[in-house]
Design a protein around this ligand. Structure first.
Ligand code: GLU
Length: 293
């Protein structure tokens, strides 16, 4: 089925960036708290990859899941990136301001017959690693029933599964799912390369299924190492102690923090202090490639 003109224009705009042959990356934090050092390491890796190749680096805020957003987090994210010298290109993209766009893509998918309404509760699906297809053919209706709306799932053909099941694109609480919003944004903004944390590798099969449903090429994906705490646990945004505020209070400079993050990525020696720009020059001189290190 053909895309309506306005969706076609979104795709063409994105494709024009990609066709220009220029690297375009993005950093896409969720404003659920302050960025911790693990998030900042990912930001640095993603920024370096873009800057090393003379490309663009966009900042996108994944703030669709309103109940999880924390007040002040969007400002804090921008302040921390700026303090570290990780500059982004163009205006900050707020997903919450693009709800209408995601809804248009969702309704195109629905009209094309690629979605089905699913009334399975979380409890019914417990223990199923992949959605078993329960509601695929069921006439369980899409209206308001048992005091709730269904979720909408993409019916993923076997060939496009990449190990994922039928992906939820609109949640039962009415929110557009991350999997749809992120794919639409990579396409609309002409993203060529996504650099993010290893923890998001598991989201990749579902995203590839969504690109396939839209018949659009996915960007290249790179998943960087995760920084752990002293006990080998993944850092959490809710644990404010792992943010920059504390380090600033302890008198650490941006160069000291960049040095620490870069050492964890094995780009410099432990104890080195250098600004983000100096790190870029250092890597250029040493011919270190971020994406293949
Ligand atoms: N907003 C997502 C997160 O912070 C990441 C999105 C992405 O990089 O694809 O976990």
């Amino acid at each position: 089925m053909q895309f309506p003109d306005h969706l076609q224009r979104h795709l063409e705009r994105g494709a024009s960036f990609r066709d220009a042959g220029r690297y375009r990356g993005r950093f896409a934090p969720s404003p659920t708290g302050v960025l911790h050092l693990g998030n900042l390491q990912t930001a640095l890796l993603s920024w370096l990859a873009a800057r090393q190749l003379g490309g663009d680096w966009l900042l996108r805020i994944d703030d669709l899941d309103t109940p999880r957003n924390r007040s002040g987090a969007i400002e804090a994210i921008q302040m921390d990136l700026t303090w570290l010298g990780l500059n982004w290109d163009g205006p900050v993209i707020l997903q919450s301001q693009r709800r209408g766009i995601y809804a248009s893509w969702l309704s195109w998918l629905r009209r094309s017959g690629k979605l089905f309404a699913c009334r399975c509760s979380r409890r019914e699906l417990t223990g199923q690693p992949i959605y078993p297809g329960t509601c695929r053919r069921a006439e369980r209706g899409w209206g308001w029933k048992q005091k709730r709306l269904p979720s909408w799932r993409l019916q993923v053909p076997a060939a496009d599964r990449f190990g994922s099941g039928d992906v939820v694109l609109r949640r039962a609480d009415g929110f557009i799912a991350y999997q749809l919003a992120t794919v639409v944004d990579e396409l609309c903004f002409g993203i060529t390369d996504v650099v993010r944390g290893e923890d998001l590798r598991e989201a990749l099969p579902a995203q590839c299924s969504v690109f396939a449903a839209l018949e659009q090429p996915p960007p290249r994906f790179h998943h960087g190492p995760l920084l752990c705490d002293g006990h080998g646990m993944k850092l959490s945004k809710r644990d404010g102690s792992s943010g920059l505020e504390l380090l600033r209070h302890q008198g650490l400079s941006p160069a000291a923090v960049i040095g620490q993050l870069a050492a964890a990525l094995r780009l410099v020696d432990p104890g080195d202090e250098l600004t983000a720009q100096e790190l870029l020059i250092h890597m250029d001189q040493e011919s270190i490639s971020v994406l293949h290190s």
